[in-house]
Design a protein around this ligand. Structure first.
Ligand code: ARG
Length: 466
């Protein structure tokens, strides 16, 4: 394609010379929006079919257009298409090539359409496809957690608040917490798809068109539920991109919290899990080291994804209706967030699937830090009828004594305990055992292994339908 001629073939009537180099550099989006080529061609095919069906263009011209567009699709996919910066964006690159291929009929494709509704429909199609990809990836990650939860429904570990040992929980229960988080992400994805499932094509530049187009036909052909209902909003709305970034940022934030836990758990000090060689690296100087690089990078990449959300919110916040060129800046944010999130989800699913859980280390830690102190307080309430506040006090004294003797609560003698409260009896020791502690927390959504298994069954069934 001859670039010098192409420079003003679109608006040559108004501009005598091609844009200055700097203008071209700031204006062009082809470097990144070429990613939309398949959606652009799909949109143009649907548009041309509608134009022919409604008699706006002839069937013969439509056939030429369709043939030309399919040729271009193949050229791009085979890497033979010559993208030109002079032609600014993917829409004009394809249209110019169409003119080369089929001549004057190409000029009829843009009837009753503008790049404003064209880019809006292309980008919606792309974001919608990406959301389906994210949904599948989330299902994979949730599935991995369900497997681990089932396997470790009764593996005890310390539960933390403030990263201080709080009460014993099961590792299965901990895994199921992530099932809840990522299932909320999945439901956000579904909601967003439902909300954005409207076609803006046919809004034209901003006001609609006088040509007798059929927007319902193009909406259907492109897999949208229905056409959008206001032409101004259609070309100025980027909510679907913002929602995608919002979903991505929340999901990335979840992944980052998980990554942080994996980093902590895989330290020799914790030793709760061991990452497979596939997801860790060695040190070039310290032979003993095994670093959780993949988890650290998931944690770090969250900054990028969250940044894109703030970036696009900031681009959009001052824009009057309807289209402004500012909106061209929506794409790189979304593309990069999408690519990053896809990678983060894949890496995390891999890590969760094949990390080795150190049951013994978790169990040992579960019993340390006076983790069953609350169980002692609850026993005092249940068995001796003490008000909880008083029981809390008595337990505090027991913990202080154990600390002083440098032993766990369960290692205090009955005499020691009776000195603190004379009503304490021998069966108190059963609630001080970690396994019994978790077993007793059988309230709905609690950490008892039976309850964890129940929740695994619930989510497995729900996931199969999600
Ligand atoms: N490349 C543009 C974008 O991504 C396409 C729409 C251009 N419309 C216009 N009126 N200049 O936003």
């Amino acid at each position: 394609m001859d670039d010098s001629k192409a420079s003003n073939q679109m608006w040559g009537g108004r501009f005598a010379s091609g844009p200055a180099a700097i203008m071209e550099a700031i204006n062009a989006s082809i470097g990144f929006d070429r990613k939309l080529y398949a959606q652009d061609i799909r949109g143009s095919l649907a548009h041309s079919e509608m134009l022919a069906k409604t008699g706006i263009i002839s069937a013969a011209d439509q056939e030429k257009i369709a043939h030309g567009l399919n040729t271009i699709l193949k050229e791009i996919e085979d890497g033979r298409f010559k993208f030109s910066t002079r032609l600014e964006d993917i829409h004009m690159n394809i249209e110019a090539r169409l003119a080369e291929l089929i001549g004057p009929a190409a000029g009829r494709l843009h009837t009753a359409r503008s790049r404003n509704d064209q880019v809006a429909v292309d980008f919606r199609l792309w974001v919608k496809d990406e959301l389906f990809r994210v949904a599948e990836a989330l299902k994979g990650l949730i599935g991995a957690f369900l497997e681990r939860a089932e396997e470790h429904a009764s593996t005890v570990m310390p539960g933390f608040t403030h990263l201080q040992t709080a009460q014993p929980v099961t590792f299965g229960h901990h895994c199921m917490a992530y099932v809840e988080m990522f299932s909320r992400d999945l439901s956000r994805v579904r909601d967003a798809i439902g909300r954005m499932d409207e076609s803006p094509l046919g809004a034209a530049a901003l006001a609609g068109t006088g040509f007798p187009i059929d927007r319902h036909m193009t909406a259907r052909a492109l897999g949208f539920r229905e056409p959008t209902r206001n032409s101004l909003d259609s070309v100025s709305d980027r909510d679907y991109a913002l929602e995608f970034l919002g979903i991505a940022a929340i999901c990335a934030t979840h992944l980052s919290r998980l990554a942080e836990e994996i980093v902590i758990w895989s330290t020799p000090q914790f030793g709760f899990v061991r990452l497979s060689d596939q997801f860790s690296t060695g040190s070039s100087i310290m032979p003993q080291k095994k670093n959780p690089d993949a988890a650290e990078l998931v944690r770090a990449k969250t900054g990028r994804v969250n940044g894109h959300l703030v970036g696009l919110l900031t681009v959009m916040k001052g824009l009057p209706l309807t289209y402004s060129k500012d909106m061209q800046e929506d794409k790189e944010a979304v593309f990069d967030a999408a690519e990053t999130l896809d990678l983060m989800l894949a890496a995390m699913t891999g890590m969760v699937r094949d990390m080795t859980v150190n049951v013994a280390a978790m169990k040992k830690a579960a019993g340390s830090g006076y983790s069953t102190a609350t169980d002692l307080a609850d026993w005092l309430v249940r068995r001796l009828g003490l008000p909880f506040r008083e029981a809390h006090h008595v337990t505090g004294r027991a913990v202080a004594l154990a600390e002083q003797k440098k032993v766990g609560l369960e290692k205090l003698s009955l005499e020691d305990l009776r000195a603190i409260h004379p009503g304490i009896e021998d069966d108190v020791f059963s609630v001080l055992a970690v396994q019994n502690s978790v077993k007793s927390r059988s309230s709905f959504g609690g950490t008892a292994p039976a309850e964890v298994r129940k929740q695994v069954r619930y989510w497995k069934k729900r996931l199969a339908k999600a």
